[in-house]
Design a protein around this ligand. Sequence first.
Ligand SMILES: [Zn+2]
Length: 398
Amino acid sequence: MKPSPSSRRGRASREAELLVDLAEGLAHSGSRAEDEFWEPRLSEAVLGLIGQGDEGSLNAALDRLAERESRAYEELADAIEGIIESGESRHSRILRGDLSALQDSELLLFAAPLLVWSRLPVPTKTIDAAALQTLRTELLGQVFGAGAEVSLVNYLFSPDQLPETFLDTLELRQALAASMGSGQLGVDTQKLAEATQYLADQRYVLGLVRLPAGAPIFRWQDGMLSRDEVLAAWRKSAEKVAAEILPACAVELLLPRAYYVACREADRAARPFSVRASVAFLSTTLSIRPDQIKVVIAGCYSRQLEEYRLGFLVPEVEELVHGVVWPLLGSEDDMSDIGEQIEAALREAGIEDIEVLSARLPLEYCEDCGTPLYPNPDGELVHAELPEALDPSSRHLH
Ligand SMILES: [Zn+2]
């Protein structure tokens, strides 16, 4: 799996310094009354830069706060992402004295993520009109509050194809707003990046929801249903159309939510999902039990720890037969308890033989095909692939 762009933001100006100061001010505020001083000022500064197309200053300020490991990073990220997803908040406009906000409707860019695995390449594709209509109906019936209107993009995105920058994301939200009458937005598939192929990966249905101002956006907000109940209802109602869109794939639907949080949750959920998918894939393809599989785990470093890689071994085959990348997300680093999370995910999938290498390995890729290399029990990074005799659908030819 590959994290969505929102999980890998990680650059300079006086404008950036102002954002840093306002976000620090808000992060250190000790009262609601002080928040109400900082919030509209931060919001206005962000809006000003977005209006000028100055993405560089936004990222520069985020980078500076990330380096300081400041809580203000979250405040600034929230302010930027909130404006990209739904425009300036009513609250902030009211604080600025802009009373036209009172009769506005609320808009929210959202994502409905799917975790998918298949022996065949996991597709990215145009969603046909009938399936898109079914998805809209089920989102309106199961997920969004009364009085909602929804427009969906007619494409199933891979993480590589999501809008790369804040401004690209804003452009998508504006195009969706203009498409609200027809309920669907076509995309120029020529402009989309090619998706890297993994056994298991995230896919996204993207859309915009519009509601009267102040109305509950999601069904769990009216107090009748919990998030888990909304998720269960969404899964039950959309399972069939998801299977039609993704034939020959195992699909797990995640909770549709605001765009950025939905993408981050999908990145997080995709890590143990990739482990489960790999174990299911190897046990069915090779007719073996999960407890016959051995997994070697190693941390891979460039300047710092970037990701863990998992090499899979099976009985009677000397070489690695499969590999999984477990990327670090958000503020995770080598102090986080990721090793424990990986081991727990492996044990849950039925793996008992787990070897954790203490050596720091480099972040290496195959020079021929660019695929990540995975650790073997000797502590070397090697190509992982199923012997062709065992895997008729083998995709690697070297
Ligand atoms: Zn290769």
